[in-house]
Design a protein around this ligand. Structure first.
Ligand code: NAP
Length: 284
């Protein structure tokens, strides 16, 4: 019954749009640059940073990488952030999380200039999302909204249930759906009778981090199911939070893992970096 929401197709469309705008800015003599800070040698973080660099290169965005050792002190990290805040050639700054133990993530996020905060984690940008007056949106929820738009899935008046309340996915996801006039419930580990909550959802977003967590009996017939999870199953294979094989026949639309939400995240980071450059050059 369901249509597959293809994150590769939608992310390619976003990247094309961004690349065209970056080219047009370049023709006016305006460059677009993202600075990425990586502290330590967490293997997953290294892969994420490499993928971001690759996407920048594909789209004509200059990428600057700052790799610091795991024993970097807070003071040195904040000094680098400050240097990048003041560097007019840098439009976006991203500090890859998690940081090694002993470093204060909150302080680093707060130190990044809100105008260059392309992850949209700075308290000013979080507040702006709350009041519905924002330039940057965290990349994963932004990517999900882009997918809904691409497939003409109207949120207006729909029952929307988000499972997960993290600052980077669950909470901003709920706010974006609310701004599109969804009736939003955010569920979490203390939610009682989760199945009765999720079964009402016209649009169900799973951001839990547990393989096969969403089973068919939790999903209403015809629901739109968005799977944010990135988990490894017993065989080490990448899988989402949704039991795809069982849920897919009930859903009207569903995102696969891999190839669903994942590719959108980097595309929206590129979009946010472009937005930052346009704003800083008064071209928005
Ligand atoms: P997180 O910070 O660990 O949050 C998980 C949320 O799930 C929490 O709010 C937690 O509730 C809730 N939860 C846990 N067990 C639950 C249960 N039994 N019933 C109901 N809710 C439960 O994770 P996150 O950073 O939001 O990420 C979620 C998943 O998305 C992970 O698999 C992550 O790898 C993936 N992810 C993917 C992308 C992408 O680009 N595709 C980007 C970001 C994250 P409490 O708050 O009560 O603990």
């Amino acid at each position: 019954m369901s249509n597959i929401i293809d994150g590769k197709v939608v992310s390619a469309a976003v990247k094309d749009r961004v690349a065209n705008e970056v080219k047009a800015l370049g023709d006016k003599g305006v460059s677009v640059c993202l600075a990425v800070i990586l502290v330590g040698d967490d293997p997953a973080s290294k892969i994420y940073v490499a993928n971001k660099k690759k996407a920048c290169e594909q789209l004509g965005i200059i990428s600057k990488e700052y790799v610091l050792p795991a024993n970097t002190c807070q003071e040195d990290l904040l000094a680098l952030v400050n240097q990048l805040n003041n560097d007019k050639t840098v439009n976006g700054i991203l500090c890859q999380l998690p940081l090694p133990k002993g470093l204060d993530e909150k302080a680093v996020i707060a130190a990044i200039s809100a105008d260059k905060d392309v992850d949209a984690f700075h308290p000013v940008n979080v507040g702006k999302i709350m009041i519905g007056d924002y330039d940057f949106v965290p990349c994963t929820p932004a990517g999900i909204m882009e997918m809904l738009k691409y497939y003409n899935i109207d949120v207006n008046g729909k029952e929307c249930v988000v499972i997960g309340r993290s600052n980077i996915v669950g909470k901003p996801m709920g706010m974006l759906l609310l701004h599109k006039n969804g009736t939003v419930t955010i569920a979490h580990s203390r939610t009682k009778d989760l199945k009765s909550v999720t079964s009402k959802a016209d649009i169900l977003v799973a951001a839990v981090g547990k393989a096969n967590f969403v089973t068919a009996d939790m999903v209403k017939d015809g629901a739109v199911v968005i799977d944010v999870g990135m988990n490894r199953n017993a065989d080490g294979k990448l899988c989402g939070d949704v039991d795809f094989a069982a849920v897919e026949p009930k859903a009207s639309y569903i995102t696969p893992v891999p190839g669903g939400v994942g590719p959108m995240t980097i595309a929206m980071l590129m979009q946010n970096t472009l937005t930052a450059a346009k704003r800083q050059n008064n071209l928005d």
